[in-house]
Write a protein that binds this ligand. Structure first.
Ligand code: FAD
Length: 316
């Protein structure tokens, strides 16, 4: 089922879980163990992230070579394996970085043949080892261009003219940033760029993680004011350690409210801090569900136990 259909059909909300492929050379079993423990919560969708290769520079005979090394391959294979094992829909993340638009088209055809109906279309983070995002010379600079390419394929428009070309039928999600994307000059401009992605054919938005309900509410209201009408699904990250209070803002460019920081820092033990973190995020989810948001998207980041604790506290 498409995410957008599921949102239209549900009387409550849609639950999606985001997972990351294992490192190259390691087994998929650990990922399955994580999901085995989470399937009791009946997620409708499992999102699988995609990662640009790490870039390393190596010298040989006095010449420096730029060598991309993919550390977490396997997104599409993992999607197929998950659907096969759990009969649940998967949503592969699809990025601009590292691909020409021709390679993108071929990869989209693979997904179409596999029966995958949903894609989260992203620009992607800069490759590890590079400071800024560098597009492929024949690729896309912004996610909106990728959305347009997928949208065109949904209309049967491919890069070359094909007779009787079959349209694909992808439901397209995109990323939104309640606290602004870190590269955008301001919130308004970032929101306009988000609207552009929707105008190019995105069907729904999943947000970056945030920890304050008012931040999400303000984001939704401002998005509606400028004419973004598609569903906006909040992205949720379970908080479990005091260390995350600095690593999350650093890595994801979002803030954590003072009451959460203080309560977690004042905890006497790691276990107490963990309980407080989970409780605060449960409260946030309850506010979001009362607000009738269309779904919850949980960033598991391979931490099945914290996601399970969060979902158990929320739904029993
Ligand atoms: P874009 O929408 O292209 O925006 C990037 C920046 O460009 C923004 O500042 C925007 O305001 C600006 N911009 C957009 N259009 C224009 C324009 N026309 N002119 C000028 N500026 C413009 N990363 C991964 O590598 N793999 C993943 O699997 C992954 N999954 C994610 C899932 C979610 C739910 C989220 C929220 C993020 C995810 N990311 C992932 C991170 C994401 O790729 C980064 O945040 C990236 O820096 C931006 O991606 P985007 O798709 O939002 O880019």
């Amino acid at each position: 089922m498409q995410v957008i259909e599921a949102i239209k059909k549900t009387k409550s909300f849609v639950l999606s879980l985001e997972i990351t492929p294992p490192d190259k050379g390691t087994s998929i079993d650990e990922l399955f163990q994580t999901l085995d423990g989470l399937m009791q919560f009946n997620p409708q969708f499992i999102n699988v992230t995609y990662h640009q290769p790490h870039v390393v520079y190596e010298e040989k005979d006095g010449v420096i070579y730029r060598i991309p090394k993919r550390k977490k391959p396997g997104t599409v294979g993992i999607c197929a394996a998950i659907t096969n094992r759990y009969q649940v829909e998967t949503v592969p993340h699809f990025i601009c970085g590292g691909f020409s638009k021709y390679e993108t088209e071929d990869a989209l055809i693979d997904l179409h043949y596999l029966g995958i109906k949903n894609i989260l279309a992203l620009r992607g983070d800069p490759a590890v080892g590079e400071r800024t995002f560098i597009p492929h010379k024949d690729g896309h600079r912004y996610a909106s261009e990728l959305v347009r390419q997928i949208s065109n394929m949904n209309k049967g428009i491919y890069l070359e003219e094909l007779e009787n070309a079959q349209p694909t039928n992808f439901c397209i999600g995109v990323a939104g940033y309640p606290e602004k994307h870190f590269e955008a000059p301001n919130f308004e401009r970032d929101l306009q760029n988000l609207k552009h992605k929707v105008d190019q054919g995105a069907h729904y938005i999943i947000t970056q993680m945030f920890f304050d309900f008012q931040v999400f509410k303000n984001f939704v209201e401002r998005a509606r004011e400028i004419g973004i009408t598609v569903p906006i699904i909040p992205g949720i990250k379970p908080l479990t350690t005091v260390r995350q209070l600095s690593s999350i803002p650093r890595n994801f460019h979002c803030t954590i409210p003072h009451h959460i920081v203080e309560d977690m820092e004042n905890a006497r033990t790691k276990e107490e801090a963990r309980k407080i973190g989970i409780k605060k995020v449960v409260e946030l989810c309850q506010q979001l569900l009362d607000y009738k948001c269309p779904g919850l998207h949980i960033y598991t980041m391979g931490k099945g136990q914290s996601t399970a604790d969060l979902l158990k506290a929320l739904f029993g």
